[in-house]
Design a protein around this ligand. Structure first.
Ligand code: ATP
Ligand code: MG
Ligand code: FE
Length: 345
């Protein structure tokens, strides 16, 4: 089926068009620059930006795919989790589109959509069960995917800051602009990742919170702040490259360590990465090295499908249709805390 997917859970307005697992269009508008001066995504600003960008982005996706609205067989949309106002704009537009073209609508889970990104393109079919690590500005989630459309379990998530948020906050305290990820990467060039041993959050069993593989990054952020303050108090220069490299190493170490521990504990030799933090080359490198060493097959979709996008939502919708799932009732809403076990609404 030809499926148009709409994604508006955060600051990307994403519209994708797929035919089954074939990617026809992946068009994205982002309001990131509008949030830069606030140091993070401002929900109200994001929602207004979606409202303005959605029409043109739908148009552009149809052009990119060279299809007309009349040819679309179904609409898929992110109904959660995410920013409530931002989600509502996408849900409203998707419902209107579905009604206008008289085609069914599938309301799907954003996080499961990130896993669905791996269905697209010329790749081996997604094998299950697989562990999936999703790391972005709003999420740090470890999932066990037994079946993409019927069985996804939450193994762990952050109890405070998301991994991308930690990059953004540490960049800010180092005087670097938003978004922090690429800035920290630049600052870390030539730095020694072993120079400073920053804490790895929630690595001891006694620390465990809600789930076995929960993450915590706010202690790390505080540790970096303290370390820098102490240096400054002593009037000593702050070795920026070492601080940035050591901070990044601490984040990467915890992310990869927990994901591979889950693979080993559960006997699942497959790991999938997703989310904007996958842009981090050090994360990809360490994940590849340690996955190889432990016999785990690592899959990383192209970066354009790792960051928030509409194509992954369309891909999940197409998979739901292929599996024979019924469409959503038009009465569904937006759920900012939609649990990952609710794959569709
Ligand atoms: P959501 O959480 O809903 O998926 P988001 O917009 O917060 O949405 P993305 O757009 O996927 O997430 O990713 C943005 C985040 O990724 C930011 O926090 C940014 O700092 C981080 N990021 C981007 N590039 C890098 C990098 N090279 N290293 C580390 N983090 C990065
Ligand atoms: Mg974003
Ligand atoms: Fe996302």
């Amino acid at each position: 089926p030809l499926v148009l997917g709409i994604e508006t859970s955060c600051d990307e307005t994403g519209v994708g068009i797929v035919r089954g697992t074939e990617l026809l269009a992946n068009t994205i508008a982002s309001s990131m620059e509008e949030h830069a001066r606030y140091g993070g995504v401002v929900p109200e600003v994001a929602a207004r930006a979606h409202l303005e960008a959605l029409g043109p982005t739908i148009r552009a996706a149809l052009d990119e795919a060279s299809v007309s609205l009349g040819e679309i067989d179904a609409v898929a949309v992110t109904s959660g989790p995410g920013l409530a106002g931002a989600l509502m704009v996408g849900v409203g537009a998707a419902k209107a589109l579905s009604l206008a073209i008289g085609k069914p609508i599938y309301a799907v889970n954003h996080l499961v959509g990130h896993v669905g990104a791996d269905l697209l393109g010329d790749v081996e079919p997604l094998e299950t069960p697989t562990v999936a690590l999703l790391v972005s500005g709003g999420h740090t989630s470890l999932l066990l995917v037994r079946d993409l459309v019927s069985d996804v379990e939450l193994l762990g998530e952050t109890i405070d800051d998301a991994a991308g948020e930690a990059f953004d906050k540490v960049a800010r305290l180092l005087g670097l602009p938003y978004p922090g990820g690429p800035e920290i990467d630049r600052a870390a060039i030539g730095g020694d990742p072993t120079a400073i041993r920053f804490p790895r959050g929630l690595t001891k069993p006694k620390d465990l919170e809600r789930h076995r593989y929960d993450f915590s990054f706010s202690g790390l952020k505080t540790a970096v702040a303290r370390w820098v303050e102490q240096r400054e108090a002593l009037d000593e220069p702050v070795p920026m490259a070492d601080v940035a490299a050591s901070f990044r190493e601490a984040v990467v170490d915890v992310l990869v360590g927990k994901a591979l521990a889950a693979c080993a504990d559960l006997g699942v030799p497959r790991l999938l990465l997703g989310g904007g933090v996958v842009a981090n080359a050090r994360l990809r490198q360490v994940a590849q090295e340690r996955a190889d060493a432990s016999g785990v097959a690592l899959r990383i979709p192209p970066l354009s499908l790792c960051t928030d996008n509409g194509a992954m939502i369309a891909a999940l919708g197409a998979r739901l249709i292929a599996a024979g799932h019924p469409p959503s009732d038009l009465g569904f809403g937006a759920d900012s805390t939609l649990p990952v076990t609710d794959i569709r609404v």
